[in-house]
Write a new protein. Structure first.
Length: 177
């Protein structure tokens, strides 16, 4: 099951990266169109939706790879047992908050579909379509957090800690700044 979750997280990260590339291309095209005196239409709307989608789709992958911002000043001072308890407590609290986020993100998209919400910008696309990435990303992050919580219950080390330790073992401290 963990392999499937890793595959889905990786796939979502690739989609997010492709959205970043599309944002870049759209911004270049928009600049060129402005120089040529051409109308740029709803490019800003599309860029905003793609940016939000890229952010939410990449969250679970970023979390599992240990690239989320973590303040470990306190954790580094604790014994291994206390550190494990703090990590577990933090994951439990994160699971509750992310479950809350996922619930409302999905409900938000559902209500937009239910009411037929349309954006006020120039692109006439039902709002629930770009909002799906918010719900999907939140659900994927919830699955990743719960998976780490279950791994800790089994006595395993969280994948985000292993990923950081592996990078450090290779002499790569680039993500620590």
């Amino acid at each position: 099951m963990r392999r499937l979750l890793d595959w889905i997280c990786d796939a979502a990260a690739y989609v997010a990266a492709s959205f970043i590339l599309v944002i870049f291309l759209l911004m270049i095209a928009q600049s060129a169109m402005r120089e040529l005196g051409l109308p740029t239409g709803g490019i800003n709307d599309v860029v905003a939706w793609l940016m939000a989608a890229a952010f939410f789709l990449a969250m679970a992958h970023t979390f599992r790879r240990g690239d989320f911002v973590r303040v470990t000043l306190l954790l580094d001072k604790l014994s291994s047992r206390m550190r494990r308890m703090f990590e577990f407590g933090t994951l439990a609290v994160a699971a509750v908050f992310v479950a809350y986020l996922a619930f409302w993100a999905v409900r938000y998209a559902y209500q937009s579909w239910q009411f037929g919400d349309m954006p006020t910008g120039q692109v006439a696309l039902p709002l629930w379509i770009p909002q799906l990435s918010f719900g999907f990303g939140a659900i994927l992050l919830l699955a990743a957090v719960v998976d780490e919580l279950i791994a800790m219950l089994r006595g395993e080390q969280p994948s985000y800690i292993r990923a950081v330790q592996e990078r450090h073992a290779r002499g790569d401290y680039s993500e620590d700044f």
